[in-house]
Design a protein around this ligand. Structure first.
Ligand SMILES: C[S@@+](CC[C@H](N)C(=O)[O-])C[C@H]1O[C@@H](n2cnc3c(N)ncnc32)[C@H](O)[C@@H]1O
Length: 321
């Protein structure tokens, strides 16, 4: 799926004058640094959406893919038949869902028609049966009964507080809800707020948190986030500048389910690694969020044998049993 998305994106800026592409990217960057929400779509025309897809979609795809992987590992028997991608834009989360499960039908909802058009074009024959529907999301949004999976990726920050809460409250009608935001302090706070609403509506948190109780992080002091490696194609380098072969996309997420609507078990891990593990001579320091003790650091040394080898291989975001 990863390679197919790359291939679909490769021809994207063909025919678009480089200055126009650069201008569209500049507009996007200043928009995302400026004030959101907005009252009208930011992705206004083909140049805007081509720039978004080339500049951001590889990264949002990898972030959603990491979140869905972590989620799927906690609900091994869950396989959605229907997926609603709210604020799906050019379809990054729909590509990520197709990389995680087979045989479902996705519906992408967004208010930006040019984004939907390009999303449909990129999806081509790779994501057959995907429906691209224009709609404003917010208060009036309903999630059809029987929807198995809802994704909301990199969208909550574009909505006004009432609309943001309304979207989360509508999403709880699905069996599973996965919300992804940028891995910034503000992105984390939006995920934290949404997490409280999901649990209040009776959903069970299965990732990344090892429990559904209050988040042990003190807002303002720290924020929960993870990292996904994004390899940069030459197109990506051309649009973003610079010559690095990869970049790390930081993201925050939460995944929750209605356990009674699932075919099998759904349980969070005992603990998750919430910082990049620190490798020292003969020891690994792991920062964990745990079900029993909240945040704690553990030191795994050579004396732990297999545990030490596992710690050396462990990555930020992995579970730790
Ligand atoms: C940053 S993009 C994320 C797109 C995609 N989910 C991804 O992960 O790449 C935000 C998307 O939300 C859409 N959006 C923002 N506010 C909206 C609204 N009020 N109604 C419908 N779509 C909205 C935008 O048009 C855009 O496609």
């Amino acid at each position: 799926m990863h390679d197919e998305l790359r291939a679909a994106l490769a021809g994207l800026l063909d025919g678009l004058p480089p200055t126009q592409a650069a201008r569209a990217v500049d507009r996007l960057i200043s928009h995302y640094r400026g004030t959101t929400p907005t009252d009208a779509p930011v992705l206004r025309d083909r140049a805007d959406v081509a720039a978004y897809a080339a500049y951001r979609m590889p990264a949002t795809f990898e972030a959603v893919q990491s979140a869905l992987d972590a989620f799927a590992a906690r609900v091994p028997e869950f396989a959605p038949r229907t997926h609603l991608d709210i604020g799906g834009g050019t379809g990054a989360a729909t590509w990520a869902a197709a990389a995680t499960w087979d045989g479902h039908r996705s519906t992408v909802v967004d208010w930006a028609q040019p984004a939907l058009d390009l999303g449909r074009e990129l999806a081509g024959a790779t994501l057959p049966g995907t429906e691209w529907r224009r709609a404003v999301i917010g208060d009036g949004l309903t999630v059809p009964p029987g929807t198995d999976l809802v994704t909301v990726s990199y969208v909550l920050g574009e909505l006004r507080p009432e609309a943001r809460r309304a979207v989360v409250d509508a999403a709880v009608a699905a069996t599973a809800v996965v919300l992804i935001e940028p891995g910034t302090p503000d992105g984390y706070l939006r995920i934290r707020e949404a997490r409280d609403r999901l649990t209040a509506a009776g959903l069970r948190i299965v990732a990344p948190c090892p429990h559904g109780a209050a988040c042990p992080i003190v807002p303002g002091e720290d924020w929960c986030h993870f990292s996904a490696r994004v390899s940069r194609s030459s197109l990506h380098r051309q649009v973003k500048g610079g010559s690095l072969a990869y970049e790390d996309e930081k993201f925050a997420y939460v995944a929750a389910v209605r356990p009674d609507a699932l075919p099998g078990p759904a349980a969070p891990a005992e603990a998750r690694i919430v910082r990049k593990p620190q490798l020292r001579k003969g020891q690994v320091l792991l920062d964990l969020c745990t079900a029993e003790e909240g945040l704690r650091r553990t030191t795994v040394t050579k004396r732990h044998g297999a545990g030490y080898r596992a710690a050396r291989d462990a990555a930020w975001g992995d579970t730790w049993e």
